[in-house]
Ligand binder design. Structure first.
Ligand code: FE2
Ligand code: FE2
Length: 474
């Protein structure tokens, strides 16, 4: 954002407060100051202080994170209440007990929500006029400095339903590799919403490479993904933003956790629960070794080896947790795959992180489905074999004889023919997980079911793009 635009937004925020009735403190004027020309007051509204969002993320039974960005200088919070009740509760983005007014990302974690409860919320912004911290001289002329300086941003779309951990059917949707221009990306997301079932999904996930690089967090990623989701229920449907190798790139890539801080790890890997399904989200890192402390785009990756070790230690604890052990269904989401992808560097990352935890000789850790992206070519493994459903001839494939769960990889730009992306709708039901992959035009690419014992039932009948072809096992 240019400086002049920044200043005008800050001034604009102050004007909003004044207009909404906050007292003004008299500022000393030069004795013969020329009287400024009376400029027409622009039409102002508090929502103009919010630059992106809100978005909902990191959902869990009775909990949720609400994120948004503001002009600099605004403290951000939310007021929320169960639909049909009167009293608003308030929660702020704070750091060590203080409202955080610096920088622009706001992230508010709500906990203790009623499971399956319907909630409405509104944003609350704190825009103090001009604190003078070191002078000890808050204005003595009057008491207006004690007037609360907050504004509310309301919208009928600001509502959500809290997750439950009770077993009940639900559908969620994923995609990845949205490496398109802003307008093309928005068009694809709109199509997924209008034609492909996203409208009815409980949550949405972008499994990495949501943008080509993060040169500017708010223009590159937030401005294309979050802004694209806004008109299609982004303020009411939780979304998971998962880091792919391209989210490791760009001048502001290291701001990822400032915008999307996972509630427990405060990092880019996390778990969550929806109904009786346990989700594991991993970060498979860059797709090539770092050229550390250089101008190269991997130059910032000084700690990637320690980072994968950190995930390994964390994951070993996750699989021992009661929530993982007791879950009826387990789904992993990660930009890369533990098998079937030809990308050796990311595969090695995941092999280190996952160790042998998910191999088929550990049925107690059974994963039912691994959702990934990265290759830009739709594929679906046939568990326990060297075969893979994929269109036409393809590059070398790493086999999966050691694994008894499906790895699904979504379509991406430059992949098969004219198809540049796909939406995968996953329905978790009592006795099966049903999966469908659809093009942005809603053509069915693939369909299958997974039983609780891992058995896969093909529903595609070798139609359309998906042909059973022997993989080049390596
Ligand atoms: Fe990609
Ligand atoms: Fe990728």
């Amino acid at each position: 954002m240019k400086t002049s635009r920044l200043l005008s937004r800050i001034l604009f925020g102050l004007m909003v407060l004044c207009r909404l009735g906050y007292g003004q403190v008299a500022a000393p004027k030069p004795a013969e100051a020329p009287k400024p020309a009376e400029a027409p007051k622009p039409e102002m509204k508090p929502s103009d202080l919010v630059t992106h969002g809100p978005w909902l993320t990191y959902p869990g039974p009775g909990e949720l994170t609400i994120g948004f960005t503001t002009v600099p200088g605004c403290g951000g919070g939310v007021e929320y209440r169960e639909v049909g009740t009167e009293e608003w509760k308030q929660a702020w983005h704070t750091e060590a007990g203080q409202i955080f007014r610096h920088r622009t990302a706001r992230s508010i974690r709500l906990t203790g929500l009623k499971k399956n409860g319907e909630y409405e919320y509104r944003l609350i912004l704190f825009v103090p006029r001009d604190k003078k911290y070191h002078e000890g001289s808050f204005p003595k002329l009057d008491n207006t400095h004690k007037t609360k300086q907050t504004v509310l941003v309301e919208n009928p779309d600001f509502r959500f339903k809290a997750f439950t951990d009770a077993a009940e059917p639900f559908t969620f949707s994923v995609t990845a590799d949205l490496q398109f221009s802003r307008n093309v990306k928005h068009g694809i997301l709109r199509s997924y919403y209008d034609k492909c079932g996203l409208k009815d999904s409980k949550f949405f996930a972008v499994i990495g490479d949501g943008h080509n690089d993060i040169g500017s967090m708010e223009n590159s990623y937030i401005g294309t993904i979050i802004d694209g989701l806004q008109p299609i229920g982004g303020a009411s449907r939780p979304a998971l933003f998962i880091r792919g190798n391209h989210e490791w790139r760009g001048g502001e890539a290291s701001l990822w956790t400032e915008y999307f801080p996972a509630p427990e790890t405060r990092s880019s890997y996390f778990t969550f629960q929806c109904g009786d399904t346990f989700f594991i989200v991993l970060d498979s890192g860059e797709d090539k070794p770092a050229t550390r402390l250089t101008y190269h785009y991997t130059g910032d990756n000084i700690d990637d080896q320690a980072f994968r070790e950190e995930q390994r230690v964390w994951l070993a604890k996750v699989v021992e947790s009661p929530a993982f052990k007791s879950a009826k269904w387990r789904i992993a989401m990660c930009h890369s795959a533990i098998y079937s992808h030809p990308e050796a560097y990311m595969y090695n990352h995941l092999a280190h992180i996952c160790q042998d935890l998910f191999k088929k000789d550990k049925p107690e850790n059974r994963i039912h489905l691994w959702l990934s992206g990265h290759t830009h070519v739709y594929s679906r493994t046939i568990p326990g074999t060297d075969q893979i459903y994929r269109p036409g001839n393809y590059r070398q494939v790493y086999g999966g004889k050691d694994y008894d769960f499906t790895v699904l990889t979504v379509e991406g730009p430059g992949g098969v023919g004219d198809i540049n992306n796909c939406l995968v709708n996953v329905t978790v039901d009592k006795d099966k997980i049903s999966v469908e992959a659809r093009t942005p035009e809603n053509a069915l690419m693939d369909a299958f079911e997974i039983k609780n014992d891992g058995t896969v039932v093909d529903l595609n009948n070798d139609t359309l793009l998906m042909k059973k072809t022997p993989a080049n096992y390596k």
